[in-house]
Design a protein. Structure first.
Length: 568
């Protein structure tokens, strides 16, 4: 181990990752403590794990690969059997005629390389990856011994279903099944794995030749090891049974809900089933009640915006609109607002389609269009219940907007959402659906646009120098970097090697003042209204994102992705 450390330490100095003086001290301390000098330098954050990987690769003239950013085909993975990959800690990256490129953490391990050449009967091309990267890839592509989604479990399911004379190509007939039946274990494991990986959605998609499984984690879809195509029909049938759908109906979309237990925690899933060319596609939204207890700082508000927002939601009447595309966190923001102002002396009623989360101490109303119980009909009824605060899931039409505005003008505080790209254009949207400009001007207190960006993982965060292109895109000048704390995640087990864990919001808060009301009444174009908002100090989504990049909360790449087309 000492010899290996010696050559690595010399390389790290030669490559400029550290200097000879630091290395000499590290050798002495490591010798006294009985540990490796390289491990000591990494533990003390003198060098980074990726610096060590780079040095190892340089010694053998090999290329460094980042497995987390690669999509390795099943055909390539099958080149190295699971037991070999696990034993020798290697990941196949690609194959050519007679050659297999494999990623390995230690290219100096000649015994492993010789063994692989013999076992795979192919010439080995070396690539170097970090140990955490290798571990994450092994879990992703080969799974673990205990994982029910492992290929062995899939085989057990097929075998047991065949033994029970179940036609795998046909749907379940809805009969009772033992709770430990293999198919049920498999479906439960799909849900449990998604929950453990913090996924917000589970996508089961029938394609022509395979049955694809994907999880949406922190807003990004990630493909997982998929069940065999043969299990498509029974898996879909099982989920339809759990969600209370009609098993025999395959022609029309259906919706349902599943309540599942993960450990001691009860989770709700909203299930959507959609007929496609190759079968029924299932999407399950995991409804995590933990997100509802977020305080305003956890949503992503910096101190000044938080103070402004708390003042607005403390008003006795008026409308607060939260705008943004689907999946931008509008509902979570509104629920967090309701939790913030929920007190025994206030009556709060919500009108939603659907009611996603059950909130303690709040009256929640489920819209049902089939029986004519629309948003407008529900609102007319709930105003007779004398609420102080009303939350409307979404303003979709003129009748809903009119009743919401009338409620705000008669002493109610109204929260709602609208689908627009930025805050000022929400005014135009309300006028477009038929609301009179003077009603918009007199009732609206604040419009807030928001987007979600991924938060840098706290366990592997490291200083980052943005590229010239990123600085130009965000309008960051070199002098801005002097007092900045720009960071980027390196990737670790905590964040599944992505460098990010969790999401938070970037916001554009437009507080309506008297001058803005006059402009709304005069029906000025959106760009004039935006100019007025900027005069009052409104920051655009991108500007708020830049503040959070400079504070080391997210990356330049994330803000650029979330605010494409936004003007500074």
């Amino acid at each position: 181990m000492a010899e290996k450390d010696d050559y690595l330490l010399d390389l790290l100095v030669d490559l400029g990752f550290t200097n000879a003086e630091v290395v000499a001290r590290a050798r002495e301390e490591a010798h006294a403590a009985g540990v490796g000098a390289v491990d000591l330098l990494v533990a003390n954050k003198v060098i980074r794990p990726e610096d060590v990987t780079q040095a190892k690769a340089a010694q053998f003239g090999a290329e460094v690969v980042h497995l987390a950013s690669l999509k390795i085909e099943d055909e390539v993975i099958s080149m190295v059997p699971r037991d070999i990959a696990k034993k020798y800690r290697v990941i196949p990256v690609f194959k050519t005629e007679g050659k297999v490129a494999v990623a390995i953490a230690d290219p100096s391990d000649l015994n492993t390389i010789d063994s692989l050449t013999h076992l795979l009967n192919a010439e080995i091309e070396l690539r170097v990856a970090s140990e955490p990267d290798i571990e994450a890839a092994l879990a992703k592509y080969y799974g673990s011994d205990k994982k029910a989604m492992d290929q062995g479990i899939f085989k057990d399911v097929i075998q047991e279903l065949t033994e029970e004379n179940v036609e795998i190509g046909n749907a379940d007939d809805g009969g009772e099944v033992e709770s430990d039946a293999p198919l049920i274990r498999l479906v439960n494991q799909i849900i449990v794995d998604a929950f453990k990986l913090r996924a917000s959605d589970i996508h089961l998609e029938p394609l022509e030749k395979r049955f694809r499984l994907r999880y949406r984690i922190d807003g990004m879809l990630q493909e997982m090891k998929s069940p065999p195509k043969r299990l498509q029909a029974p898996i879909i049938a099982r989920l339809k049974i759990q969600a209370g759908m009609v098993i025999s109906e395959h022609r029309v979309p259906q919706d349902g809900r599943i309540q599942s237990k993960v450990g001691t925690k009860l989770i709700d899933l909203r299930v959507s089933c959609l007929p496609t060319n190759h079968g029924e596609s299932i999407v399950m939204r995991i409804l995590d009640k933990e997100g509802l207890r977020l305080g305003l700082p956890e949503l992503g508000f910096l101190t000044d915006d938080q103070q402004t927002f708390e003042r607005i939601i403390g008003l006795p009447d008026g409308i607060l609109l939260v705008t943004g595309p689907t999946g931008s966190g509008k509902t979570t923001t509104l629920y967090s607002c309701l939790n913030f102002i929920n007190r025994p002396d206030r009556k709060i009623i919500t009108v939603e389609d659907p009611v996603e989360y059950v909130l303690s101490g709040i009256n929640q109303v489920q819209v049902n269009d089939i029986i004519g119980f629309t948003f407008a009909a529900a609102l007319r009824s709930i105003l007779r219940q004398a609420p102080n605060i009303v939350m409307i899931g979404e303003i979709r039409d003129l009748s809903t907007a009119s009743i919401a505005i009338n409620a705000s003008l008669t002493g109610h505080l109204v929260f709602s959402t609208l689908h627009t790209n930025d805050a000022p254009s929400a005014v135009t949207r309300l006028v477009d659906i038929g609301v009179k400009p003077f009603l918009v001007a007199s009732s609206t207190r604040c419009i807030m646009a928001q987007r979600l960006v991924r938060r840098i993982c706290k366990k592997c965060t490291a200083p980052y120098q943005p590229t010239e292109a990123e600085m130009a895109a965000l309008g960051i000048k070199h002098e801005d970097l002097k007092n900045a704390n720009i960071q980027k995640g390196l990737g670790c087990q905590n964040c599944n090697n992505s460098g990010t864990r969790g999401r938070f919001g970037i916001f554009e808060i437009f507080v309506i003042d008297d001058e803005s009301r006059k402009l709304i009444y005069d029906q000025v174009p959106t760009n004039v209204l935006r100019a007025r908002a900027r005069e009052m100090g409104m920051r655009t989504l991108r500007e708020d994102g830049i503040r959070k990049v400079l504070a080391g909360l997210t990356t330049p790449e994330e803000v650029i992705r979330a605010t494409v087309g936004d003007e500074i």
